[in-house]
Write a protein that binds this ligand. Structure first.
Ligand code: PLP
Length: 350
């Protein structure tokens, strides 16, 4: 027997998941968030509090000098009812690395992991079943109230973890993407490429909106100096039967956890995985009959159907989402959703 209270909680959770199915990605938030502050050289104990506005001083460092970074990853409801977080350790380590690059107080790995786990546990009722998931968004920003601190690190910070139930990215079908090849503009400052900071997104927004307007594309593939890098929010991968080519890791772009996971799975499936610098010309040669795709947490792997270069549209193979893209995506999603064995200890059970 359920009490009236728990019955209405279950009804609320079901209604939240129902809303997430038709809402834009990330627009439905859990009603609880996890919050900690860095003050006087130490982190306060984390507190689960209602999701809502934070008191922030208008002189806060992040608002003036951009001391902000974040993470994005997912928890999945498995067929056995358990909830499992995908590659939590990698995302925690990446937030720590971003914090170091921006001279922000570095969150303790154990504390941040436990903030994520305790939040997921608290809101577990709103973790949708496959193909949905719970998107997790830790955010760290400098709160030191000093507008004269342009060249000083923030000695105070706020760390908050948000959760958002999301539905299948491709609920409306896997539409092939149209991508502009940008050979001049950079996505961000080269030494900040691997830092997940809002400033990089702000920097890419102008070129991306202009490309949408002028060329009707979905995204911009940044290829400064003619070398293929990544798009505004996703890594770039070339595929053909038995082969995968992607840029080797360097400081110029974001080291995606999805990218790393796809490369691991591709090797297991017997693909030859090449990580190296390659040019726009080599990419165009590849896509005459090979595939191109974008990788990231939200969509996992999204096929590219058209590249636009110098105002000219170039079809990628037959212009559809290709079989290698579908195969690799499905292989990774099966592990995330608990339909294939977790051979690498990627999942954290909550
Ligand atoms: C977050 C992000 C990615 C994808 O990283 P994942 O860990 O795979 O989600 C790729 N590029 C940029 C610029 C990003 O911010």
């Amino acid at each position: 027997m359920t009490t009236p209270g728990t019955a209405s909680a279950a009804a609320n959770a079901a209604a939240t998941i129902e809303r997430a199915k038709s809402a834009p990605f990330g627009s439905v938030l859990a009603d609880t968030m996890n919050l900690a502050f860095y003050r006087d050289g130490a982190w306060t104990p984390a507190e689960l509090v209602p999701t809502g506005p934070l008191p922030i001083h208008p002189a806060a460092h992040a608002l003036h000098y951009g001391s902000e970074c974040f993470e994005g990853f997912k928890a999945y409801r498995h067929p056995d009812g358990s909830v499992q977080i995908f590659r939590l350790d990698r995302h925690v380590a990446r937030l720590q690395q971003s914090a170091r690059a921006l001279m922000l107080p570095e969150p303790d790995a154990a504390q941040l992991s436990s903030m994520v786990v305790s939040l997921v546990d608290r809101v577990r009722d709103i973790v949708p079943e496959a193909p949905g998931s719970l998107y997790l968004r830790p955010l760290l920003f400098g709160t030191m109230p000093n507008i004269g601190a342009a060249a000083q690190p923030s000695n105070e910070a706020c760390l908050v973890v948000l959760a958002s139930p999301v539905w299948d990215y491709f609920a409306g079908g896997m539409k092939p993407l149209k991508i502009l090849v940008e050979e001049q503009a950079q996505r961000c400052a080269p030494h900040l490429g691997r830092v997940k900071t809002g400033g990089n997104y702000a920097a890419a927004m102008g070129p991306t909106l202009a490309a949408r307007r002028e060329h009707g594309v979905d995204q911009v593939l940044f290829c400064p100096g003619g070398e293929v890098q990544e798009t505004g929010a996703a890594n770039f991968i070339l595929l053909r039967p038995g082969r995968l080519l992607t840029r080797s890791l360097d400081s110029s772009f974001l080291h995606g956890v999805t990218r790393d996971s796809l490369l691991t799975i591709a090797r297991e499936l017997g693909y030859t995985v090449e990580e190296r610098v390659f040019t726009v010309d080599e990419m165009l040669e590849w896509v005459r009959d090979g595939e191109a795709a974008l990788s990231g947490t939200a969509a996992v792997l999204a096929g590219v159907g058209t590249l636009v270069r110098g105002g000219k549209a170039i079809q990628v193979a037959n212009g559809e989402v290709g079989p290698e893209t579908r195969r690799l995506r499905e292989a990774l999603v099966a592990v995330q959703q608990g339909r294939a064995p977790d051979r690498h200890g990627w999942l954290t059970r909550v």
